[in-house]
Design a protein around this ligand. Structure first.
Ligand code: NDP
Ligand code: PYC
Length: 343
């Protein structure tokens, strides 16, 4: 399907996924990995997650070419404990590792009421919402965290130690699509800073500092040796600290400040870890109201209090439009994809 509007063209999900998969294959991914990553990237674009959709393709290709990541890695799943699955991604991407460990994780969460997956030796360069939402679609509550590369100054600190370290949460709703939030623990995601730098747009005050540690609203200065700040001062900083512990110390991976890709020029994907905790709200809950109904009650109260936008609603609206009309791809992005097809 193609449908031209202004300076973009709309493509079907499948057409775009096939195209991205072919690019990833061309640059060193196995067919399995290429299909999983392409699906993930197109899903983010479909959901209006500009900083983690097609925009990431150039980074994936550059990283594959640098030899920093193994695009053909086969993840090793370990049955670590009754409530814990560990996966060694073998220096591959995180999404195939999650896919490999998922059946055992769901089995354990169903049997125990709760289970976690701890993925190490992995690269995540994507939107975290896509990792948790499918669990809520199956009736589970899911919470995931992921660390990245040092780009955020801890509260009170003088240099970047934390990654932008997002937290994503998903819960089923009785009368709607799952409730999902997905947010970096920095004031702004690094991807959005890169987009602002490309478009030469000033950032709001309070996003980051330059290489001398002075406040700046220039995105280019943040990228060139500057750093981001955690959202909410010491509170966001504490959440980012927790993400580091859950994604490095717990899983056996690197802290964001330990990611050193200097020997692989062109590398962009953080080589870190991921943790997902999955809870089955149906476990032992015969005597209490179903969680999905209670979520609905809370949302009704929020609406009554005046809330007109829930987290995830913009994403859902973008998805609905993409499903209806196709996914809009700008002319500039089409040029960029064409270049990756020729490289
Ligand atoms: P945003 O600040 O844009 O949004 C964070 C959350 O708040 C979303 O769930 C969003 O819902 C919701 N939201 C935004 N505005 C409102 C509002 N006015 N009222 C109610 N809810 C609102 O996200 P970030 O910039 O922090 O993160 C962007 C993406 O970057 C995420 O997908 C994240 O996973 C990704 N990322 C990935 C990293 C990695 O290492 N892989 C590192 C850092 C970030 P909605 O989505 O509907 O707008
Ligand atoms: O946008 O902050 C970000 C990011 C880091 C790694 C992947 N995305």
């Amino acid at each position: 399907m193609e449908n031209h509007i202004e300076d973009s063209t709309r493509f079907s999900f499948d057409a775009l996924t096939k195209r991205l998969s072919a690019i990833l294959r061309r640059h060193g991914c196995s067919q399995t990995v290429a299909d999983i990553l392409a699906n993930n990237c197109v899903s983010a674009e479909r959901d209006g997650a500009e900083s983690h959709g097609l925009f990431r393709m150039a980074g994936y290709v550059s990283t594959l070419k640098s030899g920093w990541v193994d695009g053909k890695a086969v993840p090793q799943v370990e049955d670590a404990a009754p409530g814990l699955v560990r996966v060694d991604a073998q220096n591959g991407f995180t999404q195939p590792a999650l896919m490999a460990g998922r059946p055992l994780l769901v089995e354990k969460a169903t049997r125990n009421g709760i289970a976690a997956i701890a993925i190490r030796n992995s690269h995540h360069f994507a939107a975290l919402s896509l990792d948790v939402e499918p669990f809520a679609q199956e009736g589970f509550v899911a919470l995931s965290v992921i660390n990245s590369m040092a780009s955020v100054v801890p509260h009170g600190g003088r240099r970047a130690v934390f990654g932008t370290n997002p937290i994503a949460f998903a819960a089923p709703r009785a009368n709607g699509l799952p409730l999902v939030f997905d947010q970096a623990t920095s004031v702004m995601a690094h991807g959005d800073v890169k987009i602002a730098a490309r478009e030469k747009k000033p950032l709001p005050a309070g996003v980051g500092v330059n290489s001398r540690g002075e406040p700046t609203t220039d995105a280019a200065e943040i990228i060139a040796g500057g750093a981001l700040l955690p959202f909410g001062g010491h509170k966001g900083s504490a959440l980012s600290l927790m993400v580091e512990i859950l994604c490095a110390a717990l899983v056996g991976g690197k802290f964001s400040h330990e990611v050193d890709w200097s020997s692989h020029p062109g590398a962009q994907t953080p080589h870190t870890g991921q943790t997902i905790i999955v809870i089955d709200p149906r476990a032992g809950a015969q005597a209490i109201a179903p969680l999905a109904m209670r979520v609905e009650e809370l949302i009704a109260e929020m609406r009554d209090a005046g809330t007109d936008r829930l987290p995830g609603e913009r994403r859902q609206a973008a998805r609905a439009q993409s499903d209806r009309d196709g996914i809009a791809v700008s002319t500039a992005m089409q040029d960029s994809l064409r270049a990756l097809e020729m490289e």
